[in-house]
Design a protein. Structure first.
Length: 416
């Protein structure tokens, strides 16, 4: 009887022990599960917060890209190179979207290349048959043909180019050259300005003479007018005394403001075909780009300070660009700007430092929308004196040029 009671008592104790252990185990499990759920909840909240922050940043980045997409462009090098290295080179967009590339600083040059923008390769090399190497002008006429005028011609046995007064037309339909009337002067490094009446004003520069030898007349500028209807140059005795490099601004009525680095200014009257002196004061040095009928962008380079602003030729007002331009910028004859179809301006070939490696690397885009300058990525192969052209698809092409004093045969494309 006693043994039975003892067994029952022991059994009850064991049952209580089992219940206690089970309760502790369940409590610990419950505690762990509860803690785990709390942690998961915190993790979920943290994840939600991170996702929310990411979305906010993503939306902000998208807005920044929309506003400043020019900062996110990319350079690429076309696999198919030009037929020869071309240092001093011109590039003209034709009505079919292809590009005529010509020139070099090479006594063997006797050809031009046709670049297909869709296939991204050279599709044809054409003989020009006059060894016109550099200092010439290539101007697209209203009918799509290209006027090639003046420049230096090198014989195959010499690098000493002589001035020429000859001109050619490149027929964009037949892809061939034909001769037109000669200029009234042997000329090089001149300015060819297409006029609204379809004619071309050839404003002769310091490389000018009455024969093939350069250059006895000097910086007194004479000019010719090419008439595409007759394929001849109209002779004029007018001269304008301008020193240094010249540029121009076209008015709504077709008249031109001719200005040069020595601060001389003239108005060209397109109807009367003559120049009139003007007392308007403009910067002596800098880059000028016409934005529309009344405004042009001026990046002025001075000894103590650089300035950037938009000048309205009607109101005479200057609107400074939104951000400060680099105080160490320097411009010269080889610095270039290109007005894009979007109204923005591509700027290339600016001295930013005395380091030779950085000499020609700087490229910028001026945004007309917010009146600001943005630095863009450097080309794969930085080059000086390359030809700059906007293609039909809005991309920018750099053709040829010099890299470390060597002529280049590459074509580089900037997409933005």
């Amino acid at each position: 009887m006693i043994n039975l009671k003892r067994k029952i008592f022991i059994t009850i104790i064991i049952i209580f022990i089992i219940i206690g252990i089970s309760f502790i185990t369940f409590f610990n499990i419950y505690k762990d599960v509860s803690n785990s759920l709390k942690k998961d909840s915190n993790k979920r909240e943290l994840i939600k917060e991170k996702i929310n922050n990411f979305q906010i940043k993503w939306n902000q980045d998208i807005e920044d890209i929309k506003k400043q997409k020019i900062l996110y462009g990319k350079w690429s090098i076309v696999k198919d190179e030009m037929s020869i290295p071309r240092g001093y080179v011109t590039a003209n967009l034709m009505p079919d979207g292809n590009v005529l590339i010509m020139g070099s600083q090479n006594k063997e040059v006797n050809t031009v290349d046709i670049y297909d923008t869709k296939k991204q390769k050279i599709i044809k090399t054409i003989a020009i048959n006059d060894n016109r190497v550099y200092s010439f002008s290539a101007t697209t006429l209203k009918n799509g043909n290209i006027l090639v005028a003046g420049g230096r011609v090198c014989p195959f046995d010499s690098m000493a180019g002589k001035l020429t007064n000859t001109s050619k037309i490149f027929d964009h339909n037949k892809y061939e050259f034909y001769d037109v009337g000669n200029l009234n002067y042997f000329t090089g490094s001149h300015k060819a300005i297409p006029l609204k009446n379809g004619k071309v004003l050839i404003l002769h520069g310091y490389e000018i003479n009455t024969n093939e030898n350069c250059c006895t007349i000097g910086a007194t500028y004479r000019f010719d007018i090419f008439n595409p209807k007759t394929n001849r140059y109209e002779l004029t005795e007018n001269t304008i005394k301008i020193g240094g490099d010249v540029d121009y601004f076209e008015f709504v009525n077709g008249d031109l403001l001719i200005f040069a680095s020595d601060n001389e200014r003239y108005i060209y009257n397109i109807k009367e075909n003559k120049f009139e002196s003007t007392n308007n004061i403009y910067p002596k040095t800098g880059l000028y780009t016409q934005l529309d009928d009344y405004n042009y962008l001026i990046l002025e380079s001075g000894e103590n300070q650089n300035k950037g602003y938009v000048y309205n030729i009607e109101t005479k007002q200057k609107t400074p660009i939104s951000n400060d331009i680099n105080k160490s910028w320097k411009f010269n004859l080889f610095s270039k700007t290109l007005l894009l179809n979007s109204g923005d301006v591509f700027i290339y070939g600016i001295y930013e430092s005395q380091n030779k490696e950085d000499y020609w690397h700087s490229a910028y885009i001026y945004s007309k929308q917010d009146n600001n300058l943005y630095k863009i990525p450097l080309p794969k192969t930085p080059v000086s004196n390359a030809s700059i052209l906007e293609l039909d698809n809005g991309n920018i092409m750099l053709a040829g040029g010099f890299h470390n004093d060597k002529k280049q045969s590459i074509i580089q494309i900037y997409k933005y």
